[in-house]
Design a protein around this ligand. Structure first.
Ligand SMILES: [Cu+2]
Length: 197
């Protein structure tokens, strides 16, 4: 594992005692023999998927997202429904500009809510998405972000959204994803028309 990159070390030096412990802990982690129980204990209470469901239960309808400060987000080609042939789809994103700008991660307040079109034409909440811009995150953190024990994926600058490089993590907490709860693409999701929005 490569948690620490060159030049990413924290500015403050660990205390002498810690300095002895860290290499041992890192070696143990590499072998997969410890699970860092103290890290789990220190995690905020909201950092479980069921708590995220509770926190986003009011947003199952996109009208509530709009009322809550989220807005429809399209890609650089002005497409609202996002899919990747051969991989699956995400659906339609509503993002919170304020939370996108915050540079912070709060499990209960995802940067985006992701909806899919139902057979009767409604949009229904399926996933949440956490987003932080890499430049902001790396300015104050020595390792990339993670939530729920999942490392975020870095999206390069030439992404379809025209955004600067960003870290993202999807969590399919409102709809099953056969590819995994944290996979950005859901093979059961397709964008059925070009006018999808
Ligand atoms: Cu997405």
């Amino acid at each position: 594992m490569s948690c620490v990159r060159d030049g990413w070390m924290p500015q403050t030096k660990p205390r002498a005692g810690l300095r002895r412990i860290i290499p041992l802990a890192a070696a143990a982690l590499a072998l997969g023999v410890v699970s860092l129980p103290y890290a789990a204990a220190a995690a905020p209470a909201a950092e479980t998927l069921s708590n995220v469901r509770d926190a986003t239960a009011g947003y199952t309808d996109p009208a509530a997202a709009l009322a809550g400060g989220y807005e429809l987000f399209t890609d650089a080609a002005d497409l609202a429904c996002i899919e990747q042939p051969g991989m699956g789809g995400m659906g339609v994103h509503y993002r919170s500009p304020a939370r996108m700008q915050s540079g912070t991660l709060d499990p209960a307040r995802p940067q985006a809510l992701v909806y899919q079109r139902t057979s009767d034409g409604r949009l229904q909440l399926g996933a949440v998405e956490y987003v932080v811009f890499q430049a902001e995150w790396d300015a104050t953190h020595s390792t990339p972000p993670s939530l729920f024990g999942q490392d975020f994926m870095l999206m390069p600058a030439d992404n379809r959204f025209g955004l600067p490089q960003f870290y993202q993590l999807h969590a399919w907490i409102w709809r099953a994803n056969p590819s995994g709860v944290f996979n950005m693409w859901n093979p059961d999701v397709a964008c059925t028309s070009d006018s999808e929005q």
